[in-house]
Design a protein around this ligand. Structure first.
Ligand SMILES: Nc1nc2c(c(=O)[nH]1)N[C@H]1C(S)=C(S)[C@@H](COP(=O)(O)O)O[C@H]1N2
Ligand SMILES: [Mo]
Length: 316
């Protein structure tokens, strides 16, 4: 656990922009709300380690189920507009982000993340001051959170206070040593770990069941609403399929309307089991980039789960 601030004086709080810029800035909350056009979007914030507990063989780290994620409407200022006001100098290549929290122990490196300057300037990355129409809750990074839509929440630096423009590659611990995946994607074999790794980046295609849950009783010959979520890095979900026989046959589920390209997408299916017994359900999404979820995936850190979700349902 990091030392996170428990109190912030919003009148004296400043967001500092410095480094390789023409004009270093110290922006108050009022500056952010009055000197820039507001921007908003619905986007999924998901921990890279979400669903880690389901990796086999087991990997170290918080044993998350599917709970380390949330979908919200974010409002704030485009990072691009803030960088334009500061004026990144020629030769700038990266931007770093740091919050007000400090490592729990003196030798824990400060939590600093970086983005390529073109990504920072893509017009989508946002410095958010509201979540679902309210000021950001303290525990979600009050008063400002970087929103990097389509990328894992490790980049969504909370209590954001320092933005630094760099003319060389950032080599901080949380980019160079931690939060990395094989260069070929978030998949490797336990007995032959990838030698080349890169910082984790965009959200892997995945889908989960929400209803029914394993404790629910489903009755034969009665309709049961099967519901869940699907998401990826923003290319969007094309198709959602379900199997009730452990992957032998598949049926198409209905996708709810899209709330935005970076939002999760809800899906549903009216299922009427024909007999009593245990059913082995599977959920499989296909995205607009042409990927379909597969059964097998593993990596040493349990990041970016994308393999197919299973659910055993007892029908009485
Ligand atoms: N300042 C700061 N921001 C941070 C982190 C952190 O340790 N410090 N952790 C990141 C990680 S790993 C995740 S999963 C998300 C969690 O977002 P939440 O606190 O809104 O749930 O915050 C990200 N932003
Ligand atoms: Mo995380």
């Amino acid at each position: 656990m990091s030392q996170i601030p428990t109190r912030i004086d919003i009148d004296t709080f400043r967001l500092y922009i410095g480094g390789s810029v023409e004009q270093p800035l110290a922006l108050s909350m009022n500056d952010l709300k009055t000197k820039f056009a507001p921007d908003s979007m619905v986007a999924l914030a998901i921990c890279a380690g979400n669903s880690r507990s389901t990796f086999n063989p087991k990997v170290p780290g918080s044993q998350w189920n599917n709970g380390a994620m949330g979908n919200a409407k974010w409002k704030g200022v485009k990072l691009k507009d803030i960088l334009a006001m500061a004026g990144a100098k020629k030769g700038s290549i990266e931007v770093t982000f740091q919050g007000l929290d400090r490592g729990a122990l003196p030798d824990i490196p400060a939590f600093v993340k970086s983005l390529d300057i073109n990504h920072a300037n893509d017009g989508e990355v946002m410095v958010a001051y509201e979540m679902n129409g309210q000021p950001l809750p303290m525990l979600n990074g009050y008063p400002l959170k970087l929103v990097v839509p389509g990328w894992y929440a490790i980049y969504w630096v909370g209590a954001l206070a320092n933005i630094n423009v760099l003319t060389d590659t950032f080599k901080g611990f949380w980019m160079k040593n931690a939060y990395r995946v094989p260069a070929t994607g978030p998949n490797e074999k336990p007995d032959s770990l990838a030698k080349v790794t890169v910082p984790i980046s965009n959200i892997n295609l995945h889908s989960i069941f929400v209803e029914p849950d394993t404790s629910e009783t489903v009755t034969a010959h009665k309709q049961c609403l099967v519901e869940g979520l699907a998401f990826n890095d923003g290319t969007g979900i094309k198709k959602m399929e379900l199997s009730f026989d452990d992957g032998k046959t598949w049926v198409e589920a209905q996708l709810n309307p899209e709330l935005g390209k970076y939002s999760w997408r809800r899906w549903k299916y009216n299922w009427t089991p024909e007999a009593k017994g245990v059913y082995h359900l599977k959920a499989r999404a296909t995205d607009n980039a042409g990927h379909t979820q597969t059964d097998k995936q593993w990596n040493r850190s349990g990041y970016a789960r994308g393999f197919i979700e299973k659910l055993d349902v007892n029908v009485n």
